[in-house]
Design a protein around this ligand. Structure first.
Ligand code: AKB
Length: 339
């Protein structure tokens, strides 16, 4: 008898830790957490089962299929953009090959359960690509279907996996099925940069914002690796997590597309530095540009249009930049680094 459960891959990553905490609060969820590394002590008791393993391991995927009945899969495991640029082959293997394995697992599960397995895939603003700063600066907040010309390995991986999600949804329908009767119910969000008070991301290119803030709170000097005028959309981690659960809970009839933009605020690096200095006046924050990373963020949008998410599933962030700093980030960081 297979055990009913939900699966989270990349469970020990920044987003995984937040998601486990949120899902644990819901009743009757049996969380199977999969990661390359053991779960952080702060969350390990929240998962019902913890598996340490690689999503590229076919034997592990088969074991998961044999032992569990997953109604929902949150596939978060990935190599982020900067890391992917330095190890493109490994990034392609994990970000594309790993996703293909998980999509196949979902289809197998959907077939045997006779029900669509819900599948969450975190995509990214990296799927967009401008030819350079001039084009970036002339574009207003961009909608889901424009400028999808990624210039990075990570962006290519994410865009292709969005397409795979569509492909699997459309090509694996139950025989004689009516509309919406698929084996997989694929839903995806294109995330902006995310700022968490609890964790610092590793290997991303939007990391300059959380790194700047955490360094200031710790009293450490920080050199920002992009120019002062660099602008990207961002949001807080609690809003990112609540977006995932809201999208996944939305009735299928309301979902008009598989992939949605969301965003909360879009400061330049200098504007954010000023906010940080308002709370940590002694912070030493300078700028020392890393050309490769600058090129990557120059190809990403200054802001995105999230009207489709607002319309279809009532997306609304709790935090803007002010309330994110005042009510969430700064109080948590002051507590965390008080010694
Ligand atoms: C990264 O910088 O790689 C991510 C992203 C924008 O998807 N935070």
């Amino acid at each position: 008898m297979r055990k009913s459960a939900i699966l989270i891959t990349g469970a020990n990553g920044e987003m995984g830790q937040g998601l486990i905490t949120a899902l644990h609060k819901q009743n009757n969820v049996n969380i199977v957490a999969l990661d390359l590394n053991p779960l952080d002590d702060s969350i390990s008791m929240l998962a019902n089962e913890e598996l340490i393993g690689n999503i590229l391991d076919q034997g592990l995927i088969e074991q998961l299929n044999g032992e569990y009945e997953f109604d929902t899969i949150y596939h978060l495991a990935a190599l982020l953009s900067t890391r992917a640029e330095f190890s493109p082959r490994a990034a392609h293997d994990v970000n594309v090959g790993g996703t293909l394995n998980l999509l196949n697992l979902a289809i197998e599960q959907g077939r045997s359960q006779g029900n669509a397995v819900k599948f969450f895939f975190p995509s990214s603003i990296a799927v967009y690509g401008f030819s350079g700063l001039e084009e970036k600066n002339s574009a207003s907040a961009i909608k889901e279907d424009s400028y999808r010309n990624p210039t990075t390995m990570y962006g290519c991986n994410k865009l292709y996996c969005e397409h795979l999600g569509n492909y699997y949804t459309n090509n694996y329908q139950r025989l004689g099925a009516e509309k919406h009767q698929h084996y997989i119910d694929f839903r995806s969000i294109r995330f902006p940069g995310i700022i968490s008070s609890k964790t610092i991301p590793t290997g991303g290119t939007s990391d300059y914002i959380p790194e700047m803030l955490h360094a200031a709170a710790k009293g450490e000097p920080y050199k920002c690796f992009v120019r002062e005028d660099t602008q990207l959309p961002f949001m807080t981690m609690p809003d990112a997590i609540s977006a995932i659960t809201t999208l996944m809970d939305a009735p299928v009839e309301n979902i008009s597309r598989t992939v949605y933009n969301i965003r909360s605020f879009a400061p330049t690096a200098e504007e954010f530095r000023q906010r940080v200095l308002a709370f940590f006046p002694n912070a030493e924050i300078g700028f020392e540009v890393t050309e490769k990373r600058q090129q990557m963020v120059d190809s990403w949008p200054a802001d995105t249009d999230d009207n489709m998410a607002k319309k279809d599933w009532n997306w609304k962030p709790t935090h803007n930049l002010d309330s994110g700093m005042n009510d969430y980030l700064v109080p948590d960081l002051q507590l965390m680094y008080k010694n």
